[in-house]
Design a protein around this ligand. Structure first.
Ligand SMILES: NC(=O)c1ccc[n+]([C@@H]2O[C@H](COP(=O)([O-])OP(=O)(O)OC[C@H]3O[C@@H](n4cnc5c(N)ncnc54)[C@H](OP(=O)(O)O)[C@@H]3O)[C@@H](O)[C@H]2O)c1
Length: 240
């Protein structure tokens, strides 16, 4: 699958591309010839990403905040100006939180974790889907299996992930008849730069990237409105 994917002349924006999973997605798109736009709130994280990827020519980094309507619109407009029409958007935003029992969570924490893991996805979708929906394009959301597998002390991540699946299903319904393909990659734990010594049956961030690149390619065109579960490596299959 990996070798046949060609994303030459495609432009992809990876929100959360400076993150641990996002880095694997950005690398996979670049390796297959795409121009990749990565926004981040942190100039330092963007510099670090560029260094980790060996300063690729086709990487455009934009400092900004996609969690606000204004910030996301600014990133969208700069991406369109500087990289051209977008063919693919990947939303790999959010992160883990494990702060205690649900009944002990204060409302400020509730709002912050739901903002990071759910509201930012809503803002990204309402900003980018309108510029993609008339094109043969793709929109991919990344989430974890916490939607179905609650972890003690991590309830807010589960609540946000379940909400994301509902957001996804609503989008798919409302975009029926449009050429855009919207999918979700539903992940188990991932081996990343932050957790290089994960279990051997976990996927690596680069493998997540390969799947994301496939879904953005012509070869992945059959996947539309799909939740693709990547939670377990089949026995006997080594990491690639
Ligand atoms: N790591 C895993 O093992 C794992 C497993 C299953 C699923 N996932 C999923 O993978 C996705 C990314 O996780 P990760 O491990 O890569 O996390 P990460 O390293 O913390 O990166 C998260 C990225 O999300 C962005 N982000 C977070 N909150 C944001 C906000 N309020 N506004 C704008 N951007 C925000 C950050 O952007 P900035 O660069 O602007 O800070 C950052 O680049 C999440 O959806 C997570 O549920 C991860």
């Amino acid at each position: 699958m990996a070798s046949m994917i060609d994303l030459t002349h495609r432009v992809a924006l990876v929100a959360g591309g400076a993150g641990a999973v996002g880095e694997g997605i950005v690398r996979a798109f670049l390796q297959r010839g795409a121009t990749v736009v990565v926004p981040s709130r942190s100039a330092e994280r963007l510099i670090d990403l560029r260094r980790r990827l060996d300063d690729p020519e086709n990487l455009l980094t934009l400092e900004g905040d996609v969690s606000t309507v204004e910030g996301a619109a600014e990133i969208r407009d700069r991406a369109l100006d500087e990289a051209g029409d977008l063919d693919a958007v990947v939303a790999s935003v959010g992160g883990w939180w494990q702060g205690g029992d649900l009944v002990d969570v204060d409302t400020a924490t509730w709002r912050r974790v739901l903002d990071d893991n759910l509201t930012t996805h809503f803002v990204l979708a309402r900003t980018f889907v309108p510029v993609l929906r008339e094109r043969a394009s793709t929109y991919l959301m990344i989430t974890g299996d916490a939607a179905d597998v609650p972890v003690a002390g991590a309830s807010l991540v589960s609540v946000a992930a379940a909400g994301l699946l509902a957001l996804f299903r609503s989008l798919v319904l409302e975009l029926r008849g449009s050429p855009i393909r919207v999918n979700v990659l539903y992940l188990g734990p991932v081996i990343t730069r932050n957790r290089p010594d994960g279990r051997p049956d976990w996927l690596t961030a680069d493998e997540v990237g390969t799947h994301a690149a496939y879904l953005a390619s012509d070869e992945g065109a059959m996947a539309a409105g799909s939740v693709i579960r990547l939670t377990d490596r089949p026995p006997g299959r080594a990491a690639r």
